[in-house]
Design a protein around this ligand. Structure first.
Ligand code: GDG
Length: 464
């Protein structure tokens, strides 16, 4: 079997299955980010094909060698929906929802991580570079290093890494840290995440941590250096600009505004339906503004795209009920025959439609309670080739570190958020332009290829 010099390991393969059994590239950001790298190196990608019980041989797709991992229905439930999305996800997002610590879920997580590590060990050539992605696979770096000490191993963490006081709840906290320390470079979204990780290492293992790296003692008395550092992820900004320039998409943006009854202000939220995104807080602030009479449905409409997500996890089922109840109440109280308060869409849309929505929106609401980065904020900014529109951005999203010219909000402070929304609604065009130009400069200068390049350069430097 052919072996690759560059291997990506992620929970999901970069492809989705068509109804006719064929494959097409998935639209996700990670796939776009790594596409140029994969093409240059003829790499391999290890991941799950997204369907339980599906057994597939490795195959080639558009120049990448794909290595499918089989997950049984039980494993999907315990490793993916359980430990990944009902233990780690809520714990790492500051316990917004209560994490559940179940030993059977942990056992499945260990087993599945081992299977990913074994497949990666088989796929990687002598001395290859392996890049492991995200919280579903935190044990893979150390497992893989034990199997293949010749490899250079990177790990990127897409979600926050919590403060030690929360992380220490995890019954398997030492195993998780040991797993991550198997990498040569552990990348985080924010400087604060890297700091939280270093502190967890100090508290649990008493290793020395410096800006130049964490010193990990080895059994033979020597040491290894592990670099833990922030590499903020970004988007393929150019592709958003290209879409925003298309006349058909600009026309569609106009059509969207018309279909909403041409209100003065269109506000927009775009999120996976997830409790970390602060959708309820946003609805509360908007509903109160209507109630207070500071906004009316003739003046302002909120479009909320809530794309379906993790629909079998209990916390997500409950959240959907709560949000839909709230939307129904607000619309029931304030809608007229001609205008709606909230246009709620529990659907996923093609990227063209997303960009039309970005162009149609005067105010973009990113109100996450906790978010690793939040790419929607960057997509909105990149799409605004007219230098208009206002971004409201939660300080609890990683993007806040970079996007200082947004209107910064604390989503827990409903009064503060209401004032910020009014400020955005009333902001003069000149101020919008000044802020948007600064935001766009940042996103265009630091796009996703910079992200992968700087991470992979650090990894190359770690190669002895
Ligand atoms: C995780 C971290 C971090 C959403 N609905 C539709 C759609 N989307 C696209 C958005 C955006 C992506 O999905 C969502 O990315 P986010 O960054 O906003 O959030 P998560 O999904 O939670 O991602 C996050 C990210 O990983 C990367 O490291 O930033 O903090 O939680 O690209 O546009 N796309 C389309 N239709 C939809 O209906 N086409």
């Amino acid at each position: 079997m052919s072996q690759a010099d560059f291997v990506v390991v992620a929970n999901r393969l970069p492809v989705d299955r068509d109804d006719d059994g064929g494959w097409r590239r998935s639209p996700g950001g990670l796939v776009t980010a790594l596409e140029p790298v994969m093409r240059k190196t003829e790499g391999a990608w290890v991941g799950w094909a997204g369907k339980p019980g599906l057994e597939l041989e490795p195959f080639d797709f558009e120049g990448t060698h794909l290595v499918p991992i089989t997950l049984s229905a039980d494993e999907v439930q315990n490793y993916y929906e359980g430990f990944s999305n009902d233990t780690i996800w809520p714990l790492y997002h500051d316990v917004i929802a209560a994490p559940r610590y179940r030993r059977v879920w942990w056992d499945a997580y260990v087993d599945v991580n081992r299977r990913f590590a074994e497949a990666s060990a088989t796929a990687a050539a002598e001395g290859a570079t392996v890049w492991v992605q995200d919280y579903q696979l935190q044990l893979v770096p150390a497992m893989l290093r034990r199997m293949r000490p010749d490899l250079t191993i990177g790990y990127f963490h897409h979600i926050p890494f919590p403060a030690y006081g929360l992380f220490s709840q995890l019954p398997w906290r030492r195993q998780v840290i040991e797993g991550l320390l198997g990498a040569d470079v552990v990348g985080f979204q924010r400087v604060a995440d890297a700091g939280n990780f270093a502190r967890a290492v100090r508290r649990q293992f008493h290793y020395t941590t410096k800006a130049s790296g964490i010193t990990v003692p080895l059994e033979d008395g020597s040491t290894r250096n592990v670099l833990a550092k922030a590499y903020p992820i970004s988007i393929d900004a150019e592709s958003y600009i290209e879409l925003a320039q298309r006349p058909d998409i600009q026309a569609r943006a106009k059509e969207i505004r018309e279909s909403l009854g041409n209100p003065k202000t269109v506000m927009l939220g775009v999120d996976r339906l997830d409790y970390t995104k602060g959708i309820r807080h946003r609805l509360k602030a908007f509903g109160e503004l209507l109630e207070d009479g500071r906004l009316s449905v003739e003046d302002a409409t909120l479009v909320q795209v809530a794309s379906p997500s993790r629909e079998r996890v209990e916390a997500y089922i409950q959240l959907r009920d709560e949000i839909e109840l709230t939307v129904g109440r607000i619309n029931g109280d304030f809608d007229t025959m001609d205008h709606t308060a909230i246009r709620y869409l529990h659907q996923a849309f093609p990227r063209e439609e997303m960009v039309a929505l970005y162009l149609a929106a005067d105010v973009m609401l990113v109100t996450a309670l906790r978010d690793g980065m939040n790419l929607v904020a960057k997509e909105y900014v990149a799409s605004r080739i007219d230098n208009r529109g206002v971004l409201l951005l939660s300080e609890f999203a990683g993007a806040a570190d970079e996007l200082g010219s947004a209107i910064r909000i604390n989503p827990h402070d409903i009064d503060g958020m209401k004032d910020a929304i009014m400020r955005a609604v009333e902001m003069p065009g000149t101020e919008q332009g000044r802020r948007m130009r600064t935001l766009r400069r940042r996103v265009l200068d630091h796009d996703v290829s910079d992200w992968s390049k700087s991470f992979l350069e650090a990894l190359a430097a770690a190669k002895r």
